[in-house]
Each structure stands twice: as C-alpha cells, then as structure tokens.
Design a protein around this ligand. Structure first.
Ligand code: ACO
Length: 376
C-alpha cells in the first residue's frame, strides 16, 4: 500500500474518535446504543438498581473483574467504612494543598496523595473508593466556608457522604436516590475515562495512578463535566416563554445543548430514565423538575428540526444535574460526585486489565512529510 493510501486507511479510525474500535474484552458492562440497553456485570441496569446499593455493586464489579477472593457486599461495606476513616486523616493536607482549585481539581490532588502501594497492605481499590466521598465532602464544605465533618465507618457509603457533605444525615429517600445514582453510573463500557484508566493500568503503573488519569479524562465537558452546564442552561433559559428562542439561538450559534447527544446511544439513554424516576420520588415533581421536562421536550423537537441528520436524544447528564441538585449537591461538585461512583468501575477495569497483562499500544497515522517525498 502506498504511504498516502495507508495513511488514509488508518486515519479513518483515528480521525473519528475510534468509534466502534474494540479496545478490550470486558465482563464488566455492555452498552447497546441502538436498543438503549445497559448491562452491568450480567444485570440489566433497572434490575441492578432495584437489588443493589453502591457497596453491593462495587463488590459485584470487583468479583466480576476477577478479584481473588471474590468480595461480598458486607466485606466491602466494612472495608470502605474503614477506608473513609483512614482517608479523613489526609483532609488537612488536602485542604492546605488545594486552595483556589475547583472541587474536581481538588479531588485529583487528593487521590494523588495516595500511594500506589501502601505499607498497610490495604488494597488500592478500597483506599481509592473510600477516599473520594471524604475528599469531595471536605472540599465542598471548604467552598461553603464550613469545617470538614468526620466520616462514620458504620454508615453506608451514600449515607455517610450525604452526612459529611451537609453536616446532618440525609432522609431515607435521599439516601435511596443517591444510591440509585451511584449504582447507575458505576460503569459504562469503554468510555473515555475508563479507556484512559485501562491504558495506564496496562503500563503497570498501579491502580491509584490509573484512576487519577481516569479522573482527568472525566473532567472534560464532553464526558463528565456536563451536568453543571445543564443547570447553567436551565437557569439561563429562565422562563417557559424563553425556552424555544434560547435553544434556537444557541444551536444557530453552533453551540451544543448540554445533556443531549451521545457517541453510543442513538436513542434515549436508559440511565436518564432511572434518574428521572429517582428525582420524581425525591421532589414529588416540583417546579424545577417540571421545567426541566419542558426544556427537554422542546430541546428534542428543536434538535430534530435543526439537526435533522443527527440522532440526538437525552443523555444521562441531563437528569443527573436535576437529581444531584435536588440532593443539595453543589453544582461545582457534580463531576466529582460522578467520580465517587465511577471510580468503582475504573478500579474494576484496572483489575481486569492487570489480569490481561498486555501493554495497550495502538498505532497512529503519520500525516507529515516523508523524506523520499521531499527529495522528489
Ligand atoms: N447539541 C447540539 N448539537 C449537537 C449536540 C448537542 N448536544 N451533540 C452533537 N451535536 C451535533 C454536532 O454539532 C455535530 O453536528 P454537525 O455535524 O452539524 O457539526 C453532530 O451532532 C455530531 O457531533 P459529534 O461531536 O461528532 O458527536 P459525538 O458522538 O462526538 O458527540 C457528545 C457526543 C460529545 C456527547 C456530544 O453529543 C455533545 O457534545 N453533547 C453535549 C455535551 C454532553 O451532554 N456531554 C455529556 C455526555 S454523556 C457522558 O459522557 C456521561
């Protein structure tokens, strides 16, 4: 094949964002974007949410990744409680080192305080997952001018996070809604952050290094950084009369509507439905939720009119934003709260990748000058 034909063939894969390129085999999750179906470790999403809390889902993912011995939910519950307490000793260092950083940047710094290999022998996946709610709650409280609240090892992960965040326990309905959110977003195929984590894991850099890299990938607005902008969009629209003109104006300017479109789902993201249900239970369909639903309906119709060649539907970030807002989670923290869950999936992928043991090292397309072309 000539240089240019070779380059053209390879660039089809690289220029389109590696769509449909299979980068790994995994037993952890499967996304069927045409059917709007998400399977996590053998469960349809809706069944998983109905039967598992966050700790049980983490145990399931780690067992599925091949952790030996396979952990059960109660062991994970106890280990995560102890890991939250251990991480709380790092909070003063974290707060001193992260002044002026956003919550996600603060979390990035916090995770980086953890060694890949710990002298205590505590496994890295437990230390990492246990640390996130402690760090995120402390960073949020600092932002609000309040002192950090110590973890309680006996609480569940979701309940302890809500209490550390607000200083008072959440209601049973709030804990249930947060668990539904955390379970739903634990894993989602070969998304950008998971892929990043697996690439780092394949170099044998260690689990903490891998999840720090994954968090960096999650931070961008095209991945996990969208829910904050969804709320900004709802605020900017403001009134029902302004919905259509605002959306038309944004799309005409070439802007993207946050919370719509997905690389894989070409129908409604099944996770949006789980969150929609959870938020309805929590808020009893209050005005904010009704407004968000109205904006969603007009946005879908407007995208169909103005982008007729694209299949753009609601993605999970849309109702994530509304759900987390109803739980009192500050807008600045939604990406970090996403990481609070997804780190269970990332760590399972790291464990699975480490068992594969082979360096991920794809090819690239050279589009520069060739010495022999220059000479001709
Ligand atoms: N609003 C308006 N137009 C959109 C949107 C949107 N939300 N999403 C895609 N498009 C348009 C693009 O402008 C482009 O149109 P054009 O061909 O006329 O220029 C076309 O659809 C294809 O866009 P791509 O960028 O090729 O699609 P891709 O598969 O890369 O995009 C993505 C997926 C990044 C999620 C995109 O839909 C987007 O930016 N959405 C808004 C941000 C968002 O909601 N992010 C959260 C994603 S969910 C998650 O990561 C957990």
């Amino acid at each position: 094949m000539s240089h240019s034909a070779n380059a053209a063939a390879l660039s089809r894969a690289s220029s389109n964002g590696l769509d449909k390129v299979v980068a790994a085999e995994t037993a952890l999750s499967h996304v069927d974007g045409e059917a709007g179906r998400l399977i996590i470790a053998g469960y349809d999403l809706e069944a998983l949410v109905a039967t598992h809390d966050f700790e049980a889902t983490a145990a399931l993912l780690w067992a599925t990744a091949g952790l030996d011995p396979a952990p059960d939910a109660d062991t994970v519950r106890a280990e995560l409680g102890a890991a939250r307490v251990a991480a709380s000793h790092l909070v003063p260092v974290l707060l001193a080192a992260t002044k002026g950083l956003t919550i996600t940047e603060g979390l990035r710094a916090g995770l980086s305080l953890l060694p890949d290999d710990d002298a205590s022998g505590k496994p890295a996946h437990i230390r990492a997952v246990g640390a996130v709610p402690v760090f995120v709650a402390a960073l949020c409280r600092r932002e609000a001018g309040e002192a950090a609240v110590a973890p309680n090892a006996a609480d569940g992960h979701a309940a302890d996070f809500l209490r550390m965040l607000r200083g008072v326990p959440g209601s049973a309905a709030e804990v249930e809604a947060l668990n539904a959110y955390l379970v739903t977003v634990t894993d989602h195929g070969m998304n950008a952050s998971t892929f990043t984590g697996r690439v780092i894991a394949s170099t044998r850099a260690g689990l903490i290094s891998s999840v720090v890299g994954a968090l960096c990938a999650l931070k961008g607005p095209l991945h996990g950084g969208a829910p904050g902008p969804v709320l900004d969009m709802l605020d900017a629209i403001g009134t029902r009369d302004n919905i259509k003109p605002w959306l038309v104006s944004e799309i005409s300017k070439g802007e993207r509507l946050m919370g719509f479109g997905h690389r894989v789902y070409k129908v409604r993201d099944p996770r949006a439905d789980v969150f929609n249900k959870a938020v309805m239970l929590l808020t009893n369909g209050n005005e904010r939720v009704r407004f968000a639903r109205d904006v969603e309906q007009v946005a879908l119709a407007t995208l169909k009119e103005m982008k007729p060649d694209q299949r753009l539907d609601t993605n999970m970030e849309y109702y994530t934003a509304v759900l987390l807002e109803a739980l009192g989670i500050p807008r600045s923290a939604v990406t970090a709260v996403f990481a609070l869950s997804r780190i269970a999936g990332w760590s399972a992928h790291v464990i699975e990748q480490e068992r594969v043991g082979r360096l991920i090292r794809p090819a690239s397309t050279y589009v520069g000058h060739w010495p022999d072309d220059q000479a001709a």
